[in-house]
Design a protein around this ligand. Structure first.
Ligand SMILES: Cc1ncc(COP(=O)(O)O)c(C=O)c1O
Length: 335
């Protein structure tokens, strides 16, 4: 405890950990450098003001991108161009004018991974309305701050989850009405709904939440799209109430190459209960089997053959083992 916080004592009677005294035993997952507004900053220097508009009203947009190791000297960022395109689409939806070009942001992602020397990492570009006029109306030309951070992130729903599947609950929270929640944008404020649903699912002993849309049809997970398999055919939610997932699009192409049919149709929670297989797709979640929903096993409760096949194709592609899909990989070279 230092002199400054000597008067602060938590309920447990212990002094709060000082921000300036990092736990030496714990290695930070974050890259040492953050790209912010065109500059390369040390992690601790990439800060924002408490009066930034986004802090109060949630107007920001972001992406979640993964980089995978290909070999000792090379990694690859998966579908980087598609993620940058979606960032620009999100900006258009919320009316943010991004002060950087696609090419600048793309190059900054590649260079940041290289500088941070994180061959396997998650990349988070985020742009938000910064400190300008106070009040909900940000003005016609508000300041926009943009940053990109990287961190080491293993399997989002756990290694065990990737192998054996995860237990889910249908959330008591509903995916937003389409004229309220602009789901085609990856918008920071939208994630209040996701955070509530995910926290509730975990508090109830599950690993992930599945949200229904306002009409009661299955929508998506708190941060994933969802697929079911029945009689060898795949179904996934149409785009109406969901994020247009890049992993979802990847699964469409993989399924096609394997001769599997995918229908984009609405389905109900009871159709999900009686599916042979179900799985989530997402940059963070990759392809994660769903083993159980509302305490009902999906199929026999273990990942089915189609899920496993798609999963192994997916991991072969992102790790550069399938030359036909190299077009999706943006190389990062470590000298
Ligand atoms: C709400 C939501 N749905 C779906 C996805 C999956 O999208 P993607 O595959 O592009 O990561 C995500 C993750 O970004 C998400 O947050």
């Amino acid at each position: 405890m230092n002199a400054e916080n000597a008067h602060l004592v938590t309920k447990s009677g212990k002094a709060p950990a000082s921000k300036s005294e990092p736990n030496p035993k714990k290695e930070s997952p974050f890259g040492a450098t953050i790209w912010m507004d065109g500059e390369w900053l040390a992690f601790a220097d990439a800060t924002t003001h408490v009066m930034a508009h986004a802090m109060h009203y949630g107007v920001g947009i972001f992406e979640g991108i993964r980089c995978y190791r290909i070999n000792d000297k090379e990694s690859a960022i998966f579908r980087l161009d598609d993620h940058v395109d979606r960032l620009f689409a999100s900006a258009k939806i919320v009316g943010i004018k991004l002060p950087h070009t696609r090419e600048d942001l793309r190059a900054a992602c590649v260079e940041l991974v290289r500088r941070n020397r994180q061959p396997e990492c998650y990349i988070r570009p985020l742009a938000y309305i910064g400190q300008g006029p106070v009040g909900v109306y940000p003005g016609t030309n508000p300041p926009i701050n943009t940053f990109i951070a990287t961190w080491k992130w293993g399997a989002y729903l756990g290694d065990e989850g990737l192998k054996k599947g995860i237990r889910c609950q249908i959330s008591t929270f509903t995916r937003g009405f389409v004229n309220h929640t602009m789901t085609k944008g990856k918008i920071t404020g939208n994630y209040v709904n996701s955070a509530l649903a995910k926290s509730e699912a975990i508090a109830n002993g599950f690993q992930e939440a599945i949200l229904l849309d306002t009409e009661g049809f299955v929508s998506e997970g708190s941060g994933e799209n969802i697929f079911i398999v029945r009689g060898g055919k795949l179904k996934t939610t149409p785009l109406t109430s969901i994020l247009d997932g890049i992993t979802r699009r990847t699964v469409f192409e993989l399924a096609d190459s394997l001769g599997l049919e995918v229908q984009e149709v609405r389905f109900t929670r009871d159709e999900l209960y009686v599916a042979d297989e179900a799985f989530f797709t997402g940059t963070a979640a990759e392809i994660t089997p769903i083993s159980e929903v509302d305490r009902r096993p999906i199929g026999d409760g273990s990942p089915g053959p189609i899920t496993k096949r798609l999963q192994s194709e997916f991991f072969a592609i992102v790790r550069g083992e399938k030359p036909a899909y190299r077009r999706w990989l943006a190389p990062v070279l470590f000298g």
